[in-house]
Ligand binder design. Structure first.
Ligand code: 2HA
Ligand code: ZN
Length: 270
């Protein structure tokens, strides 16, 4: 059996949580990540017959039965993951009943997965239906995105169009646009269901006055989506009060879509 502390997926989790912490996207215990792992890869590092604890999830994720995820812990700080991954992360498998998580490794102080597990697993289910390659759901609280939700109308078409208009690369990176949820109580099955509903169409979902969710096939794609939204939101906040001398037009966006052969939300342009 190989040493789990050498596992590439563990390094990916510790690297990305450290980076996100340093970017200021995950203050205190803010943010959470779930990463669906390949069972055969996990078997190289863990005896998958050895269930340490069974933890009820409080919702039905039968569609993910047998799937294994590495997930950030509830109340844990991204800042601390790198120095103590076994306490701050856990590896869980969804049991046959669909409502129990079998702990295979981690949460070593008796802890459990993020309070946002409903939003994560329900989003995994939806994204896997759209793209069987999807592996990551990532949630964080990036400053400019969050600031933008305070001053910009919480309308998907308008929000997406504003972000596309901030810099040329936006529409190339997220041609599918961005879903927007109104303010809701977090950590509940209700916000999980609402997030997953948006994930039918979008890889990005804004939680107004809270943060953002991203989905993708790997860390780079998922992080890159959120990073690009955050950069565009930063442009918006930096310039919202200044007179504009140049702006990206709908025709510019159509020209980009043609040049990059984008399958984009045409109904988000006028
Ligand atoms: O607890 O970000 O949404 C961490 C969170 C909740
Ligand atoms: Zn949050």
């Amino acid at each position: 059996m190989k040493n789990i502390f050498d596992a590439p997926f563990l390094k990916e989790m510790t690297d990305i949580t450290s980076l996100m912490y340093r970017l200021g996207w995950d203050e205190r215990n803010g943010g959470n990540i779930s990463y669906m792992l390949d069972e055969n890869t996990v078997r190289e590092y863990l005896d998958t017959e050895n269930v340490i604890r069974e933890i009820p999830t409080g919702f039905d994720a039968s569609e993910l039965t047998g799937k294994i995820f590495i997930v950030t812990g509830t109340g844990k700080y991204f800042k601390n993951v790198k120095d103590d991954p076994e306490n701050n992360l856990g590896i869980i498998r969804i049991a046959k009943d669909g409502t129990t998580a079998e702990l295979l490794w981690g949460y070593s102080d008796g802890g459990r997965f993020t309070s946002e597990l409903p939003a994560h697993l329900m989003s995994h289910i939806q994204r896997l239906r759209v793209n069987p390659e999807n592996r990551i759901i990532m949630h964080c609280h990036p400053d400019y995105t969050l600031a933008m939700t305070q001053v910009h109308e919480a309308d998907e078409k308008k929000f997406t169009r504003t972000l596309w208009g901030q810099m040329t690369e936006s529409i190339v990176v997220f041609p599918d646009g961005i879903g927007v949820l109104p303010w809701m109580v977090c950590g509940t099955n209700e916000i999980g269901i609402a997030t997953a509903e948006k994930m039918k169409q979008y890889r990005l979902v804004i939680w107004t006055l809270h943060g953002i969710y991203g989905a993708g096939k790997d860390m780079d794609e998922t992080f890159g989506l959120i990073e690009t939204v955050e950069k565009a939101a930063k442009q918006y906040i930096l310039t919202a009060n200044l007179p504009k001398a140049s702006a990206i037009t709908d025709d510019n966006l159509r020209a980009l879509a043609a040049a990059f052969k984008l399958d984009y939300r045409k109904d988000f342009l006028d």
